[in-house]
Design a protein around this ligand. Structure first.
Ligand SMILES: [Zn+2]
Length: 162
């Protein structure tokens, strides 16, 4: 049993699913569902369609280089059946998927960091420019509160030193 990849969106094509197109030069195109097949017939480029893996990979939105992908590589030499190897493989599958999910999560949070710092910077700039819009009373209250906090901290530090 071989799990094929969809030519258009790169998702897994399970046995008995999707459709296969063989061009007259014998090149095989596999599609996971009619959506992908239709897009292919419309001569769309998967790199330009936002929901495909090709698009996401090209723009660095997905994790592309990782050792966990090595297990899914297409091998043309059939592996001889060995009960122990099969057993070990079946045991390893959930572990590998777990590791990959964790790495993907990390990849996403790393990518979100840049956007978050940009938002913080623009917020700080806006506040700096439009500080006059905030009622004076409130800013004074805030400053007073901060001063109280700082003095409290200082007294605590002094107590610690003594
Ligand atoms: Zn597809």
């Amino acid at each position: 049993m071989r799990l094929e990849k969809c030519w258009f969106c790169s998702s897994t094509v399970y046995p008995g699913h999707g459709i296969q197109f063989v061009r007259n030069d014998a090149k095989i195109f596999r599609f996971c569902r009619s959506k992908c097949h239709k897009n292919f017939k419309m001569k769309r480029n998967p790199r330009k369609v936002k929901w495909t893996k090709a698009y996401r990979r090209l723009r660095g939105k997905d994790m592309t280089q990782d050792a966990t992908f090595e297990f899914e590589r297409k091998r043309n030499r059939p592996e001889r059946y060995d009960r122990n190897v099969t057993e070990q493989t079946l045991k390893a599958i959930p572990l590998i998927t777990k590791i990959r999910h964790e790495r993907q999560k990390k990849h996403i949070t790393e990518r979100q960091k840049a956007g978050k710092s940009m938002v913080r910077k623009s917020d700080a700039k806006e506040l700096d420019q439009d500080i006059g819009m905030v009622p004076k009373k409130e800013t004074e209250n805030y400053v007073a509160k901060q001063k109280v906090l700082v003095s409290q901290l200082k007294t605590e530090e002094n107590l610690m030193e003594e």
